[in-house]
Design a protein around this ligand. Sequence first.
Ligand SMILES: Nc1ncnc2c1ncn2[C@@H]1O[C@H](COP(=O)(O)OP(=O)(O)OP(=O)(O)O)[C@@H](O)[C@H]1O
Ligand SMILES: [Mg+2]
Length: 348
Amino acid sequence: MFERIFGHFSTDLGIDIGTASTIVYVKEKGIVIQEPSVVAINSRNDQIIAVGEEAKQMIGKTPAHIITSRPLLDGVVSDFEVAEKMLKHFIDKVHRETFSIFPRPRVVINVPLDVTEVERKAVEDAVMNAGAREVFLIEEPMAAAIGARLPIQDSTGNMIIEMGAGTTEIAVIALGGVVAWKSLRLGGDELSKNIINYVRDQFNVLLGEKTAEEAKITIGSAHEKDAMMETKVRGRDLLSGLPKAININSNHLREAMSRNLGIIIDNIKLVIESTPPELVADIYEKGVYLSGGTSQLRGLAKKISQEISIPVTVVDDPLTAVVRGTGIVLENIEASKDLFVVSQGDLI
Ligand SMILES: Nc1ncnc2c1ncn2[C@@H]1O[C@H](COP(=O)(O)OP(=O)(O)OP(=O)(O)O)[C@@H](O)[C@H]1O
Ligand SMILES: [Mg+2]
């Protein structure tokens, strides 16, 4: 009874908490927050100084007593207290803006496929301590598939690969459940690091993370047939210690990223091999879907398609597929109960 009254008035939230960014969806309103997962804290009094974009701008520029920190490492909440502070900041912000009478929302939030009991509990507690009334966990590729409107409840197989900053999650979904999967702690951040290492080894120049990521996004390429592009990047000459600008091109970046892209493709093949034949037949027919920020890497869909001989499509608006999926689930939590991750404790 109370649940019904509360449920009617509170602003329930769908949250995609990611290594690079966190996105918040409000029931009946849509996406209201999309910010980097970064928090700046004053270590003298433990107070938050900035969250999101503002905190990201401070990275590498703060005085000793201000610490910028990322609560997620490789897709998993690694700093529980900072994660809680960040979520509380976002949840409070939504409530200030929506003038909700009942401030405690229900929250649907993503976790990786291979989430451990400890990690699952950390996310749950962080969300509850941040002010939620109830929390429901959903596997990230499941949320992405729902956001992309794939027919996940059908008996036919759907394959989705959610490629973020810290993780790549490969999943085959049928009848509302994940049938075959692999979760790799390898994503776009690692690809940017590969570029830093490559440029250091080949040119003796050390690039900053932001520079490497920008080069990856503007001229990066995963397929040999992609048009060659070139850009000027600035870093520190390791011999002289002074700033230096060099020209790098798409071929350099592809070579830098090739080993890790190869690992991702090998794991996609392994998941297909472990999928029941009937579902594989469906996937051949329907194709494979990519979502997440890294799915936008130029030539990646074409490269994967060539390697697995199945059509590959990037879903519309791949960065927000997960949060839109949590939003769809939020609209009908009762009917979605089977989709949520249950704790081992709940099963006993
Ligand atoms: N056009 C692009 N080409 C290549 N990479 C891109 C592009 N746009 C964004 N990215 C990469 O996508 C990643 C961010 O994706 P996303 O926001 O989905 O990650 P996340 O959800 O925060 O991380 P995770 O789910 O792994 O915890 C970053 O590594 C970024 O460099
Ligand atoms: Mg993500």
